[in-house]
Design a protein. Structure first.
Lengths: 323, 317
């Protein structure tokens, strides 16, 4: 077994480089298309607009959270605090709803940004490992949200309820917001200096430092963005529920978001961010769960199939990392 | 002692010292804290977490992470309760065999493909949870412990402490010897310190990693089985998210997530510290579990910042 330690991706890459490259780049799109095709053929009522809308609305918070997660993972980091940032946002939004929905939303999103700022400061300025820095926040911030709002609180603010339930041209507003955020993050990653800096830092932090990039500031901002997006997802989910539920809102969403990013082909080793593929990864997981449920397969199957897909996706992207 | 030595001692034994301080302060502040009854309840409830944390310590020292232990703990409990209808031996061997197999598979995938432990064990977390739901009718069936000897293993007492406490102590001592006094333990440290250098020196990197994840799986399954024996049933919801508590305990105990440093004493102190803090918060009275989470989170943040500063001080000297 000793020779395994000096393994490399070269052997496989020589054999089937094109197939691997194609799977890495388009595998997740192909999987989503295949699942869609399967459902169109074999699932009754799949093409109903209401079914489509339900699926999209359900996956929206995961999509928004995974956009921030993709940026964090692009810097070789990880953000476990996103679920707790969502729950804090849910608590803050009902506490400040008396001042109107917009101020409440701003306070909630700022709360999430603050969570991100604490995590980012620990990571960037004190060099704490991202996983423990954000683990501390995962534990503490949900506790804080529960202290602020100890139990489920229903609210009747018509504007906030409208934000969660109204549609424009048949498409739910929260889905449109998620789509708009996706475009913004794509633009930031591909076309802005900041996006280039994020990718550079993830690829090689010390080289980025030596070449004069503001590494610490960029890291801090990335975690702030992640917390901010998570809080926004928390507000939208709260608006849809028409109730604030800090105890269970966003619980374990960090795992779903990491899964979406990883299945989308963004390597955990950093230096590469695939925004649209991340969204596809989230859609794939949602579609998969829906398909299995529609065909009367139990929840246990969903989780086992998800496990296999995660492994397959990471195995496929691994080759590029070692090549 | 110079500054580097001081910080090294603090890093390695800080958790034990803080534990001592917290216990003394707690005893002075609350009359009902330093009672034998409270001490026993802290030790007993900590023992299951400690068993899992021992395995996690090896994993983290080797530079990895194991997110699957929470799911394996639950699976071990369900399998133990299910197996108890066939007697004590099956009740213990079934969870150990299945959880060990999962650990072994994860170790093989990590060692052979070079995939990140975080991802492989994240898949393990999901897959094992699915497996647990599959054998318990989607969580609807709770198997009851049928075998009296198995239930006795979880609840029986000697000198006022239940058997799981003694098992935890024995496992901790064995793990200390394994980590500090054997070639295997040295290999674990070497891999976590610098994997490439270890491979060049002839350390069997792949094999050591496989053993480390196998051990983590076995211990998580054992802890689950013992917990099922104590509760007399294989509860399907307890233990979800437990992996994060375990990682927190190991980190508080002074084991660095970067690998290559740490130890069992610190981990046991870290687990006890979490238990003692929980107990103290209970003493304060009408504070909710939410408040306890805030304190735990703050405490964890303080510990990692302190560790970071300490290891910086070590490098400067």
């Amino acid at each position: 077994m000793a020779e395994l330690t000096t393994r490399g991706g070269g052997r496989v890459a020589v054999l089937k480089p094109r197939v691997f490259a194609w799977v890495q780049d388009y595998g997740v799109y192909a999987a989503v298309l295949a699942l869609l095709l399967f459902n169109v053929l074999f699932t009754p009522h799949f093409l109903d607009a209401s079914n489509f809308r339900t699926q999209l609305v359900q996956v929206t918070p995961i999509v928004i959270v995974s956009l921030g997660m993709a940026l964090v993972i692009g810097t070789q980091g990880i953000d476990l605090s996103v679920g707790s940032a969502m729950s804090l946002a849910a608590a803050l939004v009902v506490l400040y709803l008396g001042y109107g929905w917009l101020p409440a939303l701003v306070v909630a999103v700022l709360g999430g940004a603050l969570v991100g700022a604490v995590g980012g400061a620990l990571v960037a300025y004190i060099n704490v490992q991202p996983i423990v820095a954000t683990l501390a926040l995962l534990v503490g911030v949900r506790g804080l949200a529960n202290v602020l709002v100890p139990q489920l609180v229903e609210f009747r603010n018509p504007d906030l309820i409208a934000l969660g339930s109204s549609s424009v041209a048949g498409i739910p507003v929260i889905v449109l917001i998620a789509a708009a955020l996706t475009l913004v993050v794509m633009f930031v990653v591909r076309r802005t200096t900041f996006g280039r800096q994020v990718v550079a830092i993830g690829g090689n932090r010390s080289a980025s430092e030596l070449s004069g990039l503001p590494v610490k500031r960029v890291l801090l901002i990335v975690y702030v963005i992640s917390g901010l997006l998570a809080a926004l997802a928390g507000v939208l989910a709260t608006a849809r529920l028409q109730a604030s539920d800090p105890t269970s809102l966003g619980l374990f969403i960090e795992l779903s978001a990491i899964t979406a990013v990883v299945v989308g082909g963004t390597p955990l080793t950093g230096g590469r961010i695939r925004v649209l593929s991340t969204v596809m990864g989230a859609l794939l997981m949602q579609l998969l769960a829906a398909t299995l449920i529609k065909h009367n397969l139990p929840q246990s199957w969903t989780q086992m199939v998800q496990a296999v897909i995660i492994l397959a996706a990471v195995y496929a992207t691994r080759e590029r990392a070692t090549r | 002692m110079n500054r580097g030595q001081v910080s090294r001692v603090l890093q390695q034994h800080g958790a034990v010292m803080v534990l001592g301080v917290v216990v003394i302060v707690g005893s002075l502040a609350f009359d009902s804290f330093a009672t034998p009854g409270n001490a026993v309840s802290v030790v007993v409830s900590s023992s299951f977490l400690a068993i899992i944390a021992i395995g996690m310590t090896f994993v983290i020292i080797s530079g990895g992470i194991d997110l699957s232990v929470g799911s394996l703990f639950v699976l071990g409990g369900v399998l133990g309760a299910y197996g108890s209808q066939y007697g004590l031996v099956v009740a213990l061997l079934l969870p150990l065999a299945v959880c060990g197999l999962v650990g072994l598979l994860q170790g093989l995938v990590i060692a052979r493909t070079g995939m990140a432990p975080f991802i492989v064990t994240l898949a393990g977390l999901l897959g094992v949870r699915g497996l647990m739901l599959a054998i318990s009718d989607e969580g609807a069936t709770t198997y009851l412990v049928k075998d009296l000897a198995f239930a006795e293993l979880g609840r029986g007492q000697v000198l006022g402490l239940s058997y799981p406490v003694y098992i935890t102590i024995a496992l901790s001592l064995a793990a200390m010897v394994l980590l500090q006094r054997t070639g295997f333990g040295q290999n674990v440290y070497a891999i976590g310190g610098n994997e490439q250098a270890a491979a060049l020196m002839g350390v069997p990197v792949a094999r050591t990693k496989v053993y480390v994840y196998l051990m983590s799986g076995l211990l998580a399954g054992l802890a689950g089985a013992l917990n099922a024996a104590r509760l007399s049933s294989g509860v399907t919801i307890l233990g979800i998210g437990l992996e994060l508590d375990v990682i927190a305990a190991v980190v508080i105990g002074g084991t660095l997530l970067t690998g290559g440093a740490g130890g069992i004493t610190g981990t046991v102190a870290g687990v006890l510290l979490l238990g003692v803090i929980q107990s103290l918060i209970n003493q304060v009275g009408n504070l909710t579990s939410a408040f306890q989470q805030v304190v735990s989170g703050l405490f964890l943040a303080l510990v990692v910042v302190a560790q970071r500063l300490l290891s910086k001080a070590q490098r400067l000297t």
